[in-house]
Write a protein that binds this ligand. Structure first.
Ligand code: DHK
Length: 148
């Protein structure tokens, strides 16, 4: 697949629309719009589909869309769905490309409810604790995986 044809889907779960004002001591002051801009800058000639939802079913539909569109890769911050959603896990199992699970915070250094990700079992890689810059790191890493 040529770089020009490649599309990376960046999917964000519940409450991430509040980035910048949501618990800044944990998630920082970067807004979701700024995160999107960082992803597009890091993607170079690759196209980026960047989305956020507070609803589990919408996240499932978007994962199906990425699968049907044969997206080059998925970067997903499922947020709270990480720990609860079998439907999101089952949808990701159908995706054939690389999946990078991303968390702004280090979920393993937080409350125990955040320690067991359902998504990690199907993710190619997991990034947690880099802050918002983790999104750009994930895009760069995915592009290297695809080039490799
Ligand atoms: C974001 C959330 O909304 C939480 O539910 C996760 C994740 C952590 C993050 O660090 O990006 O536990």
């Amino acid at each position: 697949m040529t770089a020009l044809a490649r599309t990376i889907h960046v999917l964000n779960g519940p409450n991430l629309n509040r980035l910048g004002k949501r618990e800044p001591e944990i998630y920082g002051h970067t807004t979701l719009a700024e995160v999107e801009a960082m992803c597009r800058a890091a993607a170079g000639e690759d196209r980026v589909v960047f989305r956020q939802t507070n609803y589990e079913g919408q996240m499932v539909d978007w994962i199906h869309e990425a699968t049907d569109a044969e997206a080059a890769g998925i970067i997903i911050n499922p947020a709270g769905l990480t720990f609860t959603s079998i439907p999101v896990l089952d949808a990701l199992k159908m995706f054939k490309g690389p999946i990078i699970e991303l968390h702004i915070s280090n979920i393993h250094r937080r409350e125990a409810i955040y320690h067991r990700s359902l998504v990690s079992g199907v993710a190619t890689a997991v990034i947690a604790g880099l802050g918002a810059r983790g999104y750009a790191t994930a895009v760069q890493a995915l592009r290297e995986m695809l080039a490799g």
